[in-house]
Structure formats: structure tokens, C-alpha cells
Ligand binder design. Sequence first.
Ligand code: NAD
Ligand code: UD1
Length: 341
Amino acid sequence: MAILVTGGAGYIGTHTCVELLNNGEEIIVVDNLSNSKKEALNRVRLITGKDFKFYQINISDRKSLTNVFEENDIEAVIHFAGLKAVGESVVVPLRYYDNNLTGTIRLCEVMREFGVKKLVFSSSATVYGQTEQMPIKEDATLSATNPYGRTKQMIEEMLLDLYASDPSWSIALLRYFNPIGAHGSGLIGEDPNGIPNNLLPYISQVAVGKIRQLHIFGNDYPTGDGTGVRDYIHVTDLANGHLRALEFVRSSTVVEPFNLGTGQGYSVLEVVQAFEKATGKHIPYRVVERRPGDAAVCYANPKKSLKQLAWQAKKNMEQMCVDTWRWQQHNPNGYESKQLV
Ligand code: NAD
Ligand code: UD1
């Protein structure tokens, strides 16, 4: 039986596909390539030496999705497909609600029709909003502060309702903190469109000479050095969290949220220093105004994942920086770069 991976051509999806295939799982990938490239899947095949089926479909399209379930024997679904840019979600909220909510509703309907009730869902630490409680535990109040975050919070609530209506479902709600890094091969990594919004892709484009300098969004936060603190997690550790969550949904019938983070916070300046040390590249920066909506501090209490999923992050900040840089150096134009490592 196969694991259906929605959004499997994306950043976290590709890394999870590699870990699934290396672990002997059969996978089927669906993705509409709205924020990814087919080449990413070729690289997954290259890294693992394994093949798998790919359907270029929108998961909101019931007919196409039904066809995937008809043609394959699907045991469980890992659901990454979604739009994820916070700023864009403020500008075009309906697009986000439509894509993320409708897509998940269609997916669950088709899963139910085919009796597939094991689901691992990509949620986000963004559902915690501006909580004061640090480190954040899963039982913190949810209060997303932007349309993207609200789609995640609404989907979580919808999945809780689905489970309440039919407790034969088994659902893991994975709340990721800040995924960074890339596969150690340098063949897959994060490939944002245009100017990156997130810190590490921005720093690595400064390092490779595509952007002149980093803008640090505020140094007057109530933190050690005044810059924002986040819980950065290596994408391969995150991918492995999905394998543990898959085992969890296979062996239980519950719906549970889990934090996937390291439990350790790094400030923006600490990340810049770690990147410079790990790569030998100088990162020029300028401190600018705070970015609206940014929290001062955000890091996980990951104990529940350790206890119930037997999972914890293993890779440190140095490895995250080295791997980010290897990917960026070998693929200065992401998957459009001609040269393979
Ligand atoms: P990504 O954009 O790289 O991957 C998402 C993939 O889903 C893309 O390949 C995109 O083409 C596809 N997709 C989007 N809508 C689709 C649809 N309707 N039908 C089919 N395919 C569709 O993003 P990512 O960083 O890999 O994130 C994966 C998931 O994790 C997303 O749901 C995201 O919201 C969530 N998440 C990401 C982060 C992060 O920092 N990257 C943090 C927290 C949560
Ligand atoms: C952002 C999203 C969050 C999403 C996460 C992962 C916002 C408000 N939040 O989180 O919903 O789940 O990405 O995709 O967009 N920084 C700079 N300069 C930059 C970029 C970032 O100083 O050019 C700082 C930020 O102020 C923050 C830290 O670096 O303190 C991390 O930022 P980022 O990588 O964008 O992640 P988050 O803001 O935590």
C-alpha cells in the first residue's frame, strides 16, 4: 500500500519523500506545481535511486483526486499542499482560504469515500499567534493573526470536528516551527520565487551575491540582543518527524497536535553569526523597522513529540547553515540551475 503525499514537490514535501523512500515506503505524489518545479521530484529520484508516480493535479479538483485514489492502493495521506506566504495571504485572502480550506475539504471527502482515514497534516506554529507562553506547549490557546495562519487554525478545527463525527479517523496535526536547511546531498532545498520572505533563504542569497545586504527587522525587541528569536529546525529532522507521525496514525485512532521544533531559540544576529562561521561568507546587514506582525520570541516545547512520537531534532544550527549554503552554492537559481552537483 502507498502513502499519498500532497504537495510533495515542495520544500518540506521533497525532503519527506526522500526519507519515506529511504525507509522503504511506497509513495504517490500529487502537486499542482503552483509553488514548485517538476525537477525537484527528479532530484528525489536521483537521491534515493527509487521511482514513484506523480500526478500534476490540484487537490481541489475532486475528479482528478478521485482518479488518484482509484488507480492506487492508498493507506495514508501526508498533506503538505497549501499556499504559505503570510504577506501574500493578507493581500489575497480568498485565494488562501479557497486553496487551503477547499483543498483539504476535497481531500478528506475523497479519503472518506475510499475508506482512507489516516492523515498527517502540515500545520504551523503560526497557529499560536503572539502567545506569551514560552516555550510553547501544544495546549496553548490558538490565535493566528493573519489569513494564512487562520487557514491552518481553521483546518485544525475542521479536522477535530471530522474526528468527533467519526473516531475511526487518525490524524496528526504537525505544528512546524521554522524549517531551514537542505538535504545533505545539495540536490534539494528551498527554492522560493522572487525575493525570499524568510530569514535563511534571504541570508543565503546575500551570501551568493544575488542580494546586497540583509535587512534585520528590528533590534529593539525584549530579547538578549534585541533581534527576534525563533526555533529553527533542520528540514531533514522535520521530514523524519513525518515518518514518526505516520507510525503514530498507523497505530492509533486519535487526533493530536504535535510541535516539531528543537526547543531552542536563536536570535537573528545569532543566526547571521552562525551562518558566517559555518560558511566563511560575510553577511552585510542593516537594521530596519520591525516587520508588522512579527513576534519577539517563538520557540517550542517539543516534549510531547519526544514522548508520543519518539521523535526529536538532532541537527544543530551549524549543520543547518552548512546544508543551506551547499544547496544555495550548487543551485544559485534553484531548480532552474543547469548544473547538478
Ligand atoms: P511549498 O510551497 O514548498 O510546498 C507546498 C506544495 O504544495 C507546493 O509544491 C505547491 O505547488 C503545492 N500546492 C499548493 N496548493 C496546491 C493544491 N491546491 N493542489 C496541489 N498542490 C498544491 O511549502 P513548504 O515549505 O514545503 O510547506 C509545506 C506545508 O507546510 C504547507 O502546507 C505549509 O503551509 C506548511 N508549513 C510550512 C512552513 C515553512 O516554513 N516552510 C512552516 C509551517 C508550515
Ligand atoms: C514566518 C511566518 C510564519 C511562517 C514561517 C515559516 C510571518 C510574520 N510569519 O515566520 O507564519 O510559518 O515564516 O514560513 O511572516 N527576519 C529579518 N529579515 C528578513 C527575514 C526575517 O530580520 O529578511 C527576521 C524576522 O523578523 C524574524 C526571523 O528573522 O525575527 C525569522 O523570520 P522568518 O524566517 O520570516 O520566519 P517567521 O517570521 O518566524
